[in-house]
Ligand binder design. Structure first.
Ligand code: F6R
Length: 642
């Protein structure tokens, strides 16, 4: 079960690998429950440095990063400036990088980003801001980069360098192949980097192919380096960076021998580190039930043996002799863990009436439950839990779907134009549709959709949703479109979650008084729409907690289109027959605007229905490999206790 903790940790530098726990690690790192806590402490460290320098009348030279990782640090610095009088008058900044070519007024430029998130809100002197200029002519570029490098040097070098990390292992835009001593220069972006940037540019074709970046050598000369990384998307590259050998294939590994570097991570980003993923390999463990299950599943996967076939020797050979001593024999432990997994499987996600529910994931009463399925976009419900949704309706529960955002940004202009033209053909007198058609025909890459166009795109997604929910037997009155305001910017960049958003979510929970809530527990992208939608649900639950009806409300988290819960994390596994898999596919098909090369595909070019079918099949295969029954597909859930 997931629970938030409020403990405070320090990010002060210590030598990596000094302790038993971190002996696999070559870079000092600190793990926080959330990006908020980590960002707060990093902002504190920067503020202390600025004040320290102020006290001795010195300039404070900061190297700054853009992207989603540092946003909360900047927010906190702005807050400190406004509320605590933190002055930036002695601060000189050098940004890491800029796309090339790129106009600084373009909303996708790093220049624009820095002003929007930081510089517009603090008292830094404009002449102290340095950001690589994406408009330098190609003939001047070489010299420009040398001058940038020299300017940093002339300021005495960087006192503090803030970094993010790309999935290629880049820091700045130093892509794989970058040299240890590289300086500021132009570089060709890696394909993965361009894929990751594609959503902000509304498609990979619009992402520049080149950039200007400070070099690895430039960064490594900084007196202090702090790298931020949030979310499981970064977990794999962080394991390679922190535990792997130094290699130009993962440029961030060059930080291993910088003697004042700290990585600040959240739980998701740290999840592949040996001490987190397999703590029994680094120290003797206090064996909670959850850790036992994690270890046994890991051992079963490692040895490719089903759980009931694991032997004493398997446990001893793989760092788990302590667990074996505690449990007596492999035989006992195997059976216990096998049963635990077995009990997660149910074809009755709303609880099975008149059955003994001691070992079932859900309660049997009330027999007919009120259920809310929160869906961040208007198709996550069927993509991520279409089979379970179907069963809940079939088994007579009062199911409500709450679409949290309009999803309008993911409808292409071509799709919108098609509908606008049909509407116009039906009603030629309408100025409204004529206006929409004209707008779409004249729209350029950088234009933000007009309100009418956004409305039309939202309506397209609404009607697709109705088609899908009707197909699954739900009446329209049980379908709710929340249109949370944080999403309605008309651009990829969303607003912060506001009280208004939280109230909208609270209101529907209060109105329906559900026994079950399903929500998208996507933690991969901490600033993505799914995470914001989840934060809204968490905040609403916290606010409603004192109400009596909440005592009967259980919350189940499903995962979005990108990741699945690990087998040991699953607390409810809902199997699907081959027919149910087809039915789910059909329900997804109704979301036609999201088929065939949608905008937010990520680096997986398969359509959503293919991806999710593979994922559900894989979960079933994993369960089967652990020794459980063989199903065609499984949807997985984890309970959240608030
Ligand atoms: C940005 C930069 C990049 C990013 C990295 C991670 O100035 O230099 O290295 O830090 O691509 O990006 P996010 O934080 O968006 O995941």
């Amino acid at each position: 079960m997931i629970k938030a903790s409020k403990k405070k940790i320090s990010i002060a530098y210590t030598e990596a690998g000094k302790f038993e726990d971190t002996r696999f690690e070559k870079i000092h790192n600190v793990i926080f429950d959330s990006s908020f806590e980590g960002s707060y402490l990093v902002a504190q460290e920067i503020a202390s440095l600025i004040r320290e320098k102020q006290a001795s009348n010195a300039q404070c030279v900061l190297g700054l990063a853009t992207g989603s990782s540092p946003i909360k640090v900047y927010e906190e610095l702005v807050r400190m400036h406004k509320e605590e009088g933190l002055s930036f008058s002695n601060v000189v900044t050098f940004n890491l990088d800029e796309y090339y070519p790129m106009d600084k007024h373009n909303i996708q430029s790093y220049h624009y980003f820095m002003y929007e998130h930081l510089f517009n809100h603090i008292d830094i002197l404009p002449e102290n801001i340095n950001i690589p200029d994406g408009k330098v002519s190609s003939k001047d570029l070489y010299q420009y980069c040398i001058d940038y490098e020299m300017k940093i040097k002339a300021h005495g070098g960087l006192d503090f360098q803030l970094l993010g990390i790309g999935r290629t292992g880049h820091i700045g835009f130093n892509e794989p192949g970058s040299h240890l001593n590289s300086g500021t220069r132009s570089i060709t972006l890696d394909h993965i980097t361009r894929v990751d940037a594609a959503p902000s540019f509304l498609g990979i074709d619009n992402v520049p192919r080149k950039a200007i970046t400070m070099g690895i050598g430039t960064v490594r000369k900084a007196k202090r380096i702090v790298l931020l990384a949030w979310g499981v998307n970064k977990a794999e590259i962080l394991r390679k960076t922190i535990e792997g050998e130094v290699t130009s294939n993962v440029p961030a590994t060059y930080l291993q021998d910088h003697n004042k570097t700290t990585f600040v991570l959240d739980k998701g980003a740290s999840s592949e580190l040996t001490r987190v993923k397999t703590p029994w390999l680094v120290r003797s463990c206090v064996w909670s039930e959850a850790l036992k299950l994690k270890a046994v599943v890991w051992l079963s996967e490692l040895t490719t043996k089903s759980i009931l076939k694991l032997t004493d020797k398997d446990y001893n050979d793989n760092g788990m002799s302590g667990l074996l001593t505690e449990e007596g024999t492999a035989y006992n432990l195997n059976i216990k863990m096998f049963n635990k997994l077995q009990h997660t499987i149910t074809g009755w996600p709303g609880g099975k009436p008149n059955a003994d529910d001691t070992y079932r994931p859900e309660r049997k009463t009330p027999e007919r439950k009120r259920v809310i399925i929160f869906s961040p976009h208007p198709d996550d419900d069927v993509i991520s839990m279409g089979g379970t949704f179907d069963r809940l309706v079939e088994q007579g529960h009062d199911v409500h779907i709450a679409y949290q955002t309009s999803g309008n940004i993911a409808v292409s202009d071509e799709e919108a134009l098609k509908f606008a033209e049909i509407a116009h053909l039906l009603n030629k007198d309408s100025d409204n549709t004529r206006g929409v058609i004209d707008f779409l025909n004249l729209k350029t890459d950088h234009d933000i959709d007009s309100l009418e166009v956004r409305k039309l795109k939202g309506l397209i997604r609404r009607s697709e949703s109705y088609a899908s929910t009707r197909y699954l037997g739900l009446k329209d009155s049980n379908v709710h479109f929340l249109d949370m305001p944080f999403y309605e910017t008309g651009t990829i960049r969303k607003n912060n979650l506001s009280q208004k958003d939280i109230d909208i979510v609270s209101n529907i929970i209060e109105e329906i008084k559900p026994h079950q809530i399903y929500a998208a527990g996507d933690l991969a992208d901490p600033h993505g729409t799914h995470k914001v939608c989840l934060d809204a649900v968490f905040a609403a639950l916290e606010a409603l907690k004192p109400k009596a009806f909440m005592d009967d409300c259980w919350v189940w988290l499903y995962r979005g289109a990108w990741h699945e819960w690990e087998s040991y994390e699953i607390e409810m596994a809902v199997p699907m027959s081959p027919d149910q898999v087809l039915k789910k596919r059909h329900a997804i098909f109704y979301h036609q605007s999201q088929k065939d090369g949608v905008m937010f595909q990520g680096d997986d070019y398969r359509e959503f229905w293919v991806r999710v079918e593979d994922r559900n099949r894989l979960t079933a295969e994993k369960y089967n490999a652990l020794g459980l029954a063989e199903y065609a597909a499984i949807e997985a859930f984890k309970r959240y206790c608030f």
